[in-house]
Structures are given as C-alpha cells and as structure tokens.
Design a protein around this ligand. Structure first.
Ligand code: AMP
Length: 209
C-alpha cells in the first residue's frame, strides 16, 4: 500500500509510521529524518535546510521534492511505502502526483494544546532515531534509548516557541491538503488522542474502511 500520513507536529506521525511500516512490510519514508541526517552530515542539502528547520519553517519545495523523488525511486519503495511528513504544501502534493499513485491518506488530528504538550515532551535517540515521550512513551531507563543505549535528546525544533511556529506553519500550508485529498476521496480522519496501541488500531481500521 502507498500511504501518506498527514497531521500536525506532535500528532504522533513518526511513532505510528514506524509501526505501520513494520506491519505492512514497506519502507517508512520520513522527510524530516532524511533532512536531519543531511544536517548531521553537513551535506549541501543539510546546510541549505538547517536554518529553516531550526526555526520551524518549511524547507523550500524544490529541495524537498527532489530529495523525495530520489527516495521514491529506490527499489524498496516499489512495493509501497509510508510517507511521513511529505507532502506538506500543495506544490509538493502536485509534484507527488507526477511521481506515484497514492492509495490512502491518513489524517491524524488532535486539539492544538495537546500538540504543544506532545511535542515538547518528545525525546529522540540521536543514534538510531527511536522516538519516546516523557509522559506517554517513556524509555525503560530515564533518558536512555531502549534499543541502542544512547543518551536521548530533545530536538531543537521541539522547544515550545519553535513548536508553536511549526503548528502555525502546518495550519497555513499543510492543512489545505486535507481538502485536496478529501476531494480525491483518499482521506481518512483518525483521532490521535489516547494510547499508542489504541491509535494504531484506529489507523488499521481506517485503512480497512
Ligand atoms: P518532521 O520531522 O516531519 O517534523 O520535520 C522536521 C522539519 O523538517 C520540519 O519542521 C521542516 O523544517 C522540515 N521538513 C520535513 N519535511 C518537509 C517537507 N515535506 N517540506 C518542507 N520541509 C520539511
């Protein structure tokens, strides 16, 4: 299946995308993860993207479209994929249409105040990219990754002020995509509050619909 996960920052897209990719045995393609890897490696793309990411703004469409087109051409994406964090603008959605078909768009939604709480409590592993939350999904040992034992960190862009900018950016530029995919009869809304397992079940149910 070729699936897009839509939803504001803090809705749990990354966490659910990992599970879904495992369950469906397709790659999890997160444009945020790919960009962060480029920032760490200080590639040309990373250096261009970093100032936008640090302030909660979107990286310019042409850069992200080219990067995603390249990733979608890789062999493992032929059997399907979970796209997490792309498209984020109408220009990206239009470009995606020329690249591949999409079977379903899952839209995770939450109350705005819950979003801020979720993002500011998130912890990530700088080594293996595992994602935790101090309240809803804590690691077994405080601040230590269950999977690889590295010290967990807070993403720079999960600081409250940046999270608020990211939410506004989402509302202005990405939310219009819900209507875009609704008109194509691809959209499935899923309420993203509750336990991780419970939300995952709702997503599976939405895919069966
Ligand atoms: P994420 O991990 O999906 O929240 O992405 C982190 C940051 O990477 C975002 O705040 C943007 O600055 C950038 N980013 C990720 N995906 C995209 C995209 N599709 N278009 C533009 N910027 C993106």
């Amino acid at each position: 299946m070729r699936i897009i996960l839509l939803g504001p920052p803090g809705a749990g897209k990354g966490t659910q995308a990992v599970r879904l990719a495992e369950k469906l045995a397709v790659p999890h393609i997160s444009t945020g993860d790919i960009l962060r890897r480029n920032v760490v490696k200080k590639t040309k793309l990373g250096l261009q993207a970093q100032p936008y990411m640090a302030t909660g703004k979107l990286v310019p469409d042409n850069l992200v479209i080219e990067m995603t087109a390249k990733r979608l051409k890789e062999k493992d994406a032929r059997k399907g994929f979970i796209l997490d964090g792309f498209p984020r603008t109408l220009a990206q959605a239009n470009a995606l249409e020329d690249l591949t078909e999409i079977d379903v768009v899952v839209n995770l939604f939450l109350d705005p105040e819950d979003l801020v709480k979720r993002s500011t409590g998130r912890q990530v592993c700088p080594n293996c990219e595992a994602v935790y939350h101090v309240l809803t999904n804590p690691p077994r040992k405080t601040n230590v990754c269950d999977k690889c034992g590295s010290d967990l960190v807070q993403r720079e862009d999960d600081k409250e002020e940046v999270v608020r900018t990211r939410i506004t950016t989402y509302e202005d530029l990405t939310e219009p995509l819900c209507m875009y995919y609704k008109e194509k009869a691809l959209l499935r809304d899923v309420y993203a509050s509750g336990h991780i397992e419970e939300i995952f079940e709702r997503i599976l149910e939405a895919l069966r619909r």
